[in-house]
Design a protein around this ligand. Sequence first.
Ligand SMILES: [Zn+2]
Length: 105
Amino acid sequence: MGNAKERVITKMGNVTFEQLAKMEPKLLELEKIILNYKRKDGCINRVWYGQGGVKEKMSDLVGNYRIRYGGPRVLNDHVGYDVAYRHLYDSLPNCETECEDCVVG
Ligand SMILES: [Zn+2]
């Protein structure tokens, strides 16, 4: 995980997160959730992995589980998914070591 607030640039193959976000602007809403994350919102791991979390929402927008099929192929396959996943995940702040949510699982 990278430092919060620091916008990372992610590129794999020939596509960047920026390019994906132009094809599917809702990806920027997910990035915003992460960049605006505050500790009081709860465990960052739950924000990411939890039900209705960022990872789940991301899967609806990019990759093989994209709900609204269509658009450029890269949005609908694993390359786009990997780029979006890495970009958003790398934008996450670290969870605190003593986080109760993480300890509980
Ligand atoms: Zn935690």
